[in-house]
Design a protein around this ligand. Sequence first.
Ligand SMILES: *[C@@H]1O[C@H](CO)[C@@H](O)[C@H](O)[C@H]1NC(C)=O
Length: 356
Amino acid sequence: MDKDQGKTGGVKGYFTKRKVYVMGCFIVLCTSFGYVWYTSNGTWWLTSSKVSNTMSNTQDLDDFHKIKQTRMIYTKPQILNPPRSDVLMMTPWFAPIVWEGTYNSEILNEQFRQRNVTVGLTAFAIKKYVVFLKKFLETAETYFMVGHRVNYYIFTDRPEEVPKVALKEGRNVVVLQVQNYPRWQEISMRRMEMISCFSQQQFINEVSYLVCVDVDMRFNDQVGVEILSNLFGTLHPGFYAAERQSFTYERRPASQAYVPRDEGDFYYAGGFFGGTVMEVYKLTKKCHEAIMMDKAKGIEAIWQEESHLNKYFVYHKPTKILSPEYLWDDYLGRREILKKRRFLAVPKNHAAIRNK
Ligand SMILES: *[C@@H]1O[C@H](CO)[C@@H](O)[C@H](O)[C@H]1NC(C)=O
């Protein structure tokens, strides 16, 4: 009995020591693994911001702590539960609809900065429309793609009238001289041709994304990388909540812009669309060809290139949809529905500006 007890006691003792040994090893391993993880993490932050080579050792350490504080800590995204049918956040083809509050600009800015993207903003200042350029460019410097590289592509027939506006680092104005046309409708439609032409020859070598907008506008709040995607369109401020039947698509079957009454998702604004240079090239080329086919038949779509853009989006779905925050006109909608009015129509006297 004694012997057995002793044996049992010995076995017990052996296991206890072994347990202590295993636990000890485990703690040592955890600590060293944690240390390696911590330092490698720290190194990653340093190299990612490219400061390590240029700083002295103490500055290095200071910057290390500063940079570590830029770690992004934010509330876990919440699933809407129960779902609300009156909140439309995602199209049936899984394109997000961008409203204020639906994205985290800190995360997105970091992603796009790491990719060092350059964004092209195209605007047409033909004839008297050059008067809009100053406010347009000045407000863009304040609100458009802040902290990112931007090329403003200004198409104009009056290059000498393009105002000099102070630009931040990494931002350029590129003036592209083009011809004008007698009718404003023709000027408006020819934008598709010019964008497709320059996309192929120039933009493809200079920028990653194109944002194509009207010039008789001003930026009034942030318009940043949250808009960027392969192909994006903007809900027209006059129709964002309208039924399909009331969309002002081209309804004459003879036009290339024709959309049948039982088709179409949204009515998109002609004054704000974009995407990668390749997607914008495909879109503008297709729309220009459709416009030329109509022209040959003596037809002009009801809302010119906007009708053709809407036709295109019925069959080439945008990968991101921008809310009317991105193209707003107080005359067309109730401003109380918006948290932000980012890009606003500048009131103008149509007759005085359009054909001059
Ligand atoms: C970002 O891109 C521009 C032009 O495409 C280039 O001149 C610049 O050196 C790049 N910056 C970095 C940090 O890679």
